[in-house]
Design a protein around this ligand. Structure first.
Ligand SMILES: [Zn+2]
Length: 99
């Protein structure tokens, strides 16, 4: 698990009767890699495809939300920047782009 900077937005769509709160918006997907053979996540399984990370893989970090930290949850509720719990997955698994 890693921490990412993220932000919670409030959104409202026309025709809907209620405001939707707490929608996370990903603004950019950063590409990391290629992995060297000694990277600590070599052999760790990608949570999207369940294949282990291998040398040469490109990955990204996907934000999950504020996690269990009450302060980060409060920031998220108030639409402020917060530290998010995130997971590493293959870049291709996150974007569909084959690298
Ligand atoms: Zn994957």
């Amino acid at each position: 698990m890693v921490l990412l900077s993220s932000r919670t937005y409030r959104t409202e769509r026309k025709g809907w009767n209620r405001r939707i709160k707490g929608i996370r918006v990903m603004t950019a997907i950063r590409k990391f890699g290629p992995k060297d053979p000694h990277h600590p996540s070599i052999g760790v399984k990608c949570l999207a495809c369940h294949e282990p990370f291998i040398e040469g893989d490109y990955t990204t970090l996907v934000s999950l939300g504020p996690g269990g930290d009450p302060e980060e949850q409060k920031k998220a509720r108030n639409g402020r920047h917060y530290n998010s719990v995130g997971v590493e997955i293959h870049y291709t698994c996150a974007t569909g782009i084959v690298v």
